[in-house]
Ligand binder design. Sequence first.
Ligand code: CP
Length: 334
Amino acid sequence: MQTIFRGRHFINLEDFTKEEVDTMLEVSLDLKKKFAMGTPTPYLLHQSMFLMFFEQSTRTRNSMEAGFAQLGGHAGFLDSSSMQIAHGESAKDTAIILSRFGHAIACRYCNWGYGNKYLTEMAKWSTKPIMNLQCDLYHPFQALADLMTMKEKIGDLKRVKVSIIWAYAESHKKPISVPVSQVLLFPRYGMDVVLAHPKGWELPDWVIAQAKANAEKYGGSVTVTDNEAEAYEGAHIVIPKNWGNWVTDQTGVAASGAVAVVDDKLKAQKSWKCTEAKMATADKNVLYMHALPADRNNEVEDSVIDGPHSVVYDEAENRLHTAKGVMTLLMGGR
Ligand code: CP
């Protein structure tokens, strides 16, 4: 177990060793047990933090806000559109001021080409931990909660086949940060990761190269395919979820924003939906996971997400426990 976390930034799980990620999971599990037993956990008493959001959120905002209150602190929600950021105040000035006012700053900024750079700039100037609540590249809190859920349900993850599968959606252009974080993290636990998507929805080459290097180091594997059936076949875990086409979106408007959500290119991929028939080709105990929000009846049939293989609510609940684990280590550890 590693114990040196205090004051560090939490932007990408790749910045932490596997042993450190294991510690995050152990602390999260301990906090989960205490939550279930009603045992107080006042590890961050009288601390304050700031939660800055450039985009909407249900799980991330509330897991941080409720989680921090349960640790004895107070989290202030900041809508970036009502901050002086809207008048052009820099990441540097914002980070310096807020870090003087409190004990941590957490931020969601998914705009393609901007989000990660903004967080990195804040981390350069903040005297307190910066936590990534999802940027254009990474969603570390989500990937950590996913990993915790898998370990709870399956135990040892070595050689477990997990398929991260692109799915059709019309609700909004979802960032690539969830599949990127998952494809980087899961091979570190020796899993056989299959990444399946139609042509045109590739993840960046450097992500695949890093994921394969992780697999090489930890004894897993990474396979990239445009064959959806191959991804479902015999899978122990499936994660069918939409992500935007960053390759074309990066030329103009943000991947999370203003271009039309549904176009002819997207509509041609409507068959990439998680159905009961596809689930029947997976392992008989297959787990269905989704970070949520799900675009029901586009990404997935109701009978799957509401069915016996789905663990989406346990997965969402673990966002609370992992958020508390990470905040405790970064803000309360030695
Ligand atoms: N999964 C996730 O990050 O959910 P929110 O967008 O609701 O925070």
